[in-house]
Design a protein around this ligand. Structure first.
Ligand code: HEM
Length: 338
């Protein structure tokens, strides 16, 4: 791809793709083409680092949630950028990271911050969205067709106001009578539709809710007090996928939480199957999760994804890309694919 020079002529020095060790510095430099603002080689090296790091830490769920909460502030009715919110990297700033809905996500900023230092040309907005896409793929989910070159907003005063993300149970802050109404108000404001709502809810195939963060979930369950499920298979086909260590006993300050699925570090369609079967009180079903099998327009999608994992993966990839580009203003020369 022929892109413009960055600052030092048409071809500048930039890191080559890194070795496969998390946190290792790229071993050599090569001449690469870089755009005015988008450094494709750094993006590629970052993606390789993220695969290793996310797999070794088992932090897939929290980085998926971070990216969704960065993008999910988007308001399609506001035309000015960055006032419209979206995937702008705003969640790295106080006050936004301090909003109640974002409780616990400072941990994800702490995980990704040191990695970002190695790749100064990559925007925070690209980093967060890339990390989520990598986390899903590394957990055995679909490859999301990502594009890069998002502009970051520059300061805390530009953060979106609180209250843009969905609540999970009554009473809903917007006065909605039902969880389905609430989800529609929030996701339609982002320009997303019923299918997006249902398929993206499938993100809850990963991770847990903790009482000290969202207020949902028990301190531990039979699925969280043994680590990320019983399966140690490598869903992504990578034999070297490590299993995260067995967690220590829960405390009031740090619980083990309640997962939506048994194998909560594997991305599959068990979220839909488990809600449909209502099979286990140790698995979480929020009001907003339950409604996808109750609402007449949501149910056909939920049934389809419960029956057909390939259909879930295909639709998730499309909606996740949409989510990752909400409110994005692209740098010169962008969007780029890598
Ligand atoms: C549909 C509306 C949604 C509601 C009401 C909702 C609500 C919640 C709540 C209450 C938690 C627990 C947080 C905690 O206690 O740490 C959570 C976690 C999570 N959410 Fe959602 N969520 C929604 C949509 C989404 C979407 C669209 C995605 C991604 C595409 C997503 C991905 C996640 C993940 C991966 C976690 C686990 C985080 C972890 O284990 O640290 N959620 N969500």
């Amino acid at each position: 791809m022929l892109l413009q020079a960055k600052s030092r002529g048409a071809f500048a020095r930039a890191p080559a793709p890194s070795s496969r060790n998390a946190y290792s510095r790229p071993a050599r430099s090569t001449c690469v083409r870089v755009s005015a603002k988008v450094n494709v080689e750094q993006l590629k090296a970052l993606r390789a680092d993220l695969f290793d790091y996310i797999n070794s830490r088992g932090c897939n769920p929290i980085v998926v949630r971070l990216a969704w909460h960065d993008a999910g502030t988007y308001n399609k009715n506001i035309k000015e950028w960055p006032a419209c919110g979206g995937a702008t990297g705003s969640i790295r700033f106080k006050p936004e990271i301090g909003y109640d809905a974002n409780k616990g996500l400072a941990i994800a900023l702490g995980i990704l911050g040191p990695i970002k230092k190695k790749y100064p040309d990559v925007s925070f907005a690209d980093l967060y969205q890339m990390a989520a896409a990598v986390a899903v793929e590394a957990a055995g989910g679909p490859k999301i067709p990502m594009r890069y070159g998002r502009k970051d907003l520059e300061g805390p005063e530009q953060c979106a106001p609180d209250g843009n993300l969905p609540g999970a149970a009554h009473p809903f802050a917007d006065g909605s009578a039902s969880p389905a109404d609430h989800l529609r108000k929030v996701f339609y404001r982002m320009g997303l539709d019923d299918k997006d709502i249902v398929v993206l809810s499938g993100g809850h195939t990963l991770g847990r809710a903790r009482p000290e963060r969202s207020g949902f979930g028990a301190p531990s369950t039979k699925y969280t007090n043994v680590g990320p499920g019983t399966s140690t298979a490598s869903p992504s086909g990578r034999a070297d996928r490590p299993v995260t260590p067995k967690p220590v006993a829960p405390t009031a300050a740090a619980s083990l939480g309640t997962s939506w699925t048994v194998n909560w570090l594997e991305f599959d369609n068990s979220y839909f199957r488990d809600i449909k079967e209502k099979r286990d009180k140790d698995l979480l079903v929020l009001e907003t999760d339950a409604c996808i099998f109750v609402d007449d327009k949501f149910r056909p999608y939920a049934e389809k994804y419960a029956a057909d994992q390939e259909a879930f993966f295909a639709d998730y990839a499309v909606s996740a890309q949409k989510l990752s580009e909400l409110g994005v203003q692209w740098e010169e020369g962008a969007p780029v694919t890598i």
